[in-house]
Write a protein that binds this ligand. Structure first.
Ligand code: 5AD
Ligand code: FES
Length: 352
């Protein structure tokens, strides 16, 4: 297994079968060494600096109906809200003061936020904070919409592919949603010059290690600048309410493999990881992640953006969250940095 890992770390292509054998390895010693290698690789590229992104969850209306998601259209229990442009700008103002230089606008696929409205919001943020990056995470749109957002100044786009296996995709989504259209969106985003993030849930219902192997093979081919992964966590008002959550251990394995495969990628230790284990985000960093994404949404809406149950940080102010994360990162020898945290190709030199 060590040889396979070395092939991966040299940047060579692995077959899905090889990825699968790696994922299925159960020797704890192997994984302890792999986490250490991934962490060393991250430190060679980024030092001990952790990038932060301020997450603004600006609408939980969604026209999609993903079976796993708490804000799916088919959940009448969801208490829906939208932020105004003014409120979004206030989140940015607070975030800027706290040291955030990237704002992530994340929301459901909400028709109220037409292309024109998104363009206006992106323009307003870029005008007020020209030194900040704007990341959009608002789902599948026509290429023309992506183009307008890009022209308005959006720098990055997050769109997880969720699973690279079309049969598995069909178990997680209603028939109207298709893996091909998700993949086509990712290609368009790349073509338009966005820094693109994709990713998947670990331990989603029906997921087997061969599916995760396909996810890694897809990511190795697609080479996104960012990869977001986190454990699946059931939400009580969804069809997957009774399903088991993904595990910390499997998520850490995948973070480490992703880091060895893509040394310069921006990989967050996600809120979902912090939700399944108290020190999940710290462990994520120690397995090779280099980004955290604390919440900047107004307090009154925090609990409403519930993709899954028991989400952390819904009772804390933005400043508290930033401080808490700074302390958590400090406890493992890392520090939060005030930086846009753009993607830069790594040329193989050590961090200085
Ligand atoms: N558990 C974990 N992650 C989830 N997401 C959506 N629902 C859940 C859940 N129940 C993730 C999806 C989506 C991202 C915004 O949140 O991967 O792309
Ligand atoms: Fe939000 Fe710790 S990061 S409370």
């Amino acid at each position: 297994m060590k040889e396979t890992l070395e092939v991966l770390a040299r940047g060579e292509r692995l077959q899905p079968q090889d990825f699968q054998s790696l994922i299925e390895e159960e020797n704890p010693q192997f994984w302890a060494e792999t986490f250490a290698k991934a962490r060393e690789r991250a430190q060679a590229v980024f030092g001990r600096s952790i990038y932060t992104r301020g997450l603004i969850e600006f609408t939980n209306f969604c026209r999609q109906n993903c079976l796993y998601c708490g804000i799916r259209a088919g959940n009448p229990q969801a208490d829906r809200y939208r932020l105004t442009q003014q409120e979004i700008l206030e989140c940015c103002q607070e975030g800027y003061g706290l040291g955030f230089r990237t704002f992530v606008l994340q929301g459901g696929e909400d028709p109220y936020f037409s292309d024109e409205r998104i363009v206006q919001i992106v323009r307003a943020i870029k005008a007020a904070y020209p030194d900040c990056a704007v990341t959009l995470s608002i789902g599948e749109k026509p290429m023309e919409s992506y183009r307008l957002f890009r022209e308005a100044g959006a720098d990055r786009y997050l769109l997880r592919h969720e699973t690279a296996d079309s049969e598995h995709f069909a178990k997680l989504h209603p028939p109207g949603q298709r893996l091909e259209s998700r993949m086509a969106c990712l290609e368009s985003l790349k073509e338009l010059g966005y820094q693109v993030g994709t990713g998947f849930m670990v331990g989603s219902p029906g997921q087997q290690s061969r599916h995760l192997a396909q996810d890694l093979a897809f990511i190795q081919r697609f080479r996104p600048q960012m990869v977001g992964i986190g454990p699946f966590i059931p939400h009580k008002d969804t069809p997957f309410a009774g399903e088991k959550a993904g595990t910390l251990q499997m998520t850490l394995r995948l973070i480490a493999l992703l880091r060895l495969m893509l040394p310069d990628a921006l990989i967050p230790a996600t809120t979902a990881l912090g939700t399944i284990a108290e020190d999940g985000r710290e462990q994520g960093i120690l397995a090779g992640a280099n980004v955290v994404m604390p919440n900047l949404s107004p307090m009154r809406v925090r609990k409403k953006y519930a993709l899954y149950d028991n989400k952390i940080c819904t009772g804390e102010e933005s400043a508290q969250c930033r401080q808490c994360l700074a302390a958590r990162m400090g406890s493992i020898g890392y520090e939060l940095t005030v930086d846009r945290g753009d993607y830069h190709p790594w040329k193989g030199k050590e961090h200085v």
